[in-house]
Structures are given as C-alpha cells and as structure tokens.
Design a protein around this ligand. Sequence first.
Ligand SMILES: C[S@@+](CC[C@H](N)C(=O)[O-])C[C@H]1O[C@@H](n2cnc3c(N)ncnc32)[C@H](O)[C@@H]1O
Length: 257
Amino acid sequence: MPFDWDGSGIHRVYDAAREMRDETRRVWVEDLRARFAGREPRRILDVGCGTGRHTRLAREAFPEAVRVLGVDPSHGMLAAARSRDPSGCFGFLRARVEALPFASASFDAVLLAMVLHHVPAPETAFREMGRLLAPGGLVYLRTPTRECVDPTSWQACFPGARRIAERVLPRRERVRSCAAAAGLRLREEASVCGVFARGVEEYLGKIGARAISSLRQIPDAEFEAGLRALTRRCRELPETHVFEERIDVFVFAPPTA
Ligand SMILES: C[S@@+](CC[C@H](N)C(=O)[O-])C[C@H]1O[C@@H](n2cnc3c(N)ncnc32)[C@H](O)[C@@H]1O
C-alpha cells in the first residue's frame, strides 16, 4: 500500500526535521548548477515538491528563472510549502507525476527529489516528465537507491523500516532501465554525499521527529524501541560526530538533446 502522506501527519514535522543544513544545501545548489551548466533553466518544475525544499533550492541555484513551480498530491505538504511562500514567489499546485497538468515542452528543468520510490509506475513518471522538457531541457532526479542504503546507519536499529526501504527503493539499474523505456537518455549519474546532522543531538532529533516515511510505517512500539537502541549506540560516539547521507543523482535528456 502506498504511504498515506496526509493521513500520517508527517507534513507537521517534515520541515523541522528534514530541512537541510546550510552546508548541505550548498552542496545540492552547486550540484544542480553543475548539472545544468551552460543551460540556465528559466522554467523549472519540482515534481513531488512536498514542503518545497527543492523548489526553494532550485530558485537559489537559478535566481534568473522566471517560473518555478512545485506540484504534489498531498494537501498537507502543499499547505506547508505555501505557508513558507507568503509572497507567492513560487506556484504550488496539486498534481501527481503520472499526469502533470502542463503543455508538452513547457519546462527547461524538471526535478524529482526523494519521490521516485513512492511512485508505483516509474516508467509512466519518466515518460510524463520527458514530455514536459523543452529543447535542451533536462530531468534531474535525486533519489535514494538500494545501493545508497548504509546498513550501519539508523536503519540498523529499525529493522522494520529497513525492510520497507529494501522493498521500495529501486536499484540503480532499475532507474536506468525505466528511464530508457520511457525514451530518456542518461547523461550523468553520481552519488552525492552531504552532512545529514552535525553532532549526536541533532542526529537523534532528526530521526526522533519521525519525518522519514519508513519510520512512520512501523508500529509505535517498534519505533520507540529503535530510538532507544539508536540513542544507546550514539552515546558511544563523540558528541560532535558528523553523520553523512548519500543520495544518488541521475540526469536525463530527451533522446535528441
Ligand atoms: C519524501 S517527500 C519529498 C518531498 C520533497 N521533494 C523533498 O525532497 O523534500 C515525497 C513526496 O512525494 C510526494 N508524492 C508521493 N506520490 C507522488 C506521486 N505519484 N506524484 C508526485 N508526488 C508524489 C508526496 O506527497 C511527498 O510530498
């Protein structure tokens, strides 16, 4: 069963727990700029924008953009995104990646960040994103893959969440083959490392907020037990330990670009 974003209430804690540290945001802003080097996208769509984390990041990477939109099916996530955009600098609309309500060839950059593993039909998603690309446009996919899972991370203390991750996260090869089947050409692929938390307190605070969907899907008792185990493990680390997170990036172009 797909994760119930609105029913879970995750939007109430998402920003507090998943907001990137400045240093990590800079890594991703630079990554975006590097992948679009020489293209300067003017019309940008952030698909599955959630609370607008990457919508804002895209604006920071490309301040000259004239249109930066985010779409998401979750009312709660969209409400959180809009609350952080009082001047209406972005547009946030309700839509799913499988049916994007835009004309073909109407965007220079289409972003899909931390969403692919929630989409039941990834091929359809790639086809739809590819349809929206204007000449020279690119799809920028930021996604955890099975290969990114670090068995020694917090997941070691939450076996139920780890099983969910293993079930839903695609392997890199599946990402490539779905995109290829949808007619997209892989231009670049990388694994990007950023700081998830600096220090044990911040780390436990982020995991404890339960703003990761797999942690919402396990029973409360299992979550509490996992958090206690993680806290014991973390107490053996220096208080200032740096926790990193590795996420994969794939950049796709239409076949002729
Ligand atoms: C982990 S959040 C990521 C949100 C945002 N991109 C970020 O990185 O903070 C996953 C988001 O995917 C959205 N989502 C789930 N299924 C989707 C679909 N079929 N099409 C578009 N978005 C979807 C959820 O509503 C949720 O906001």
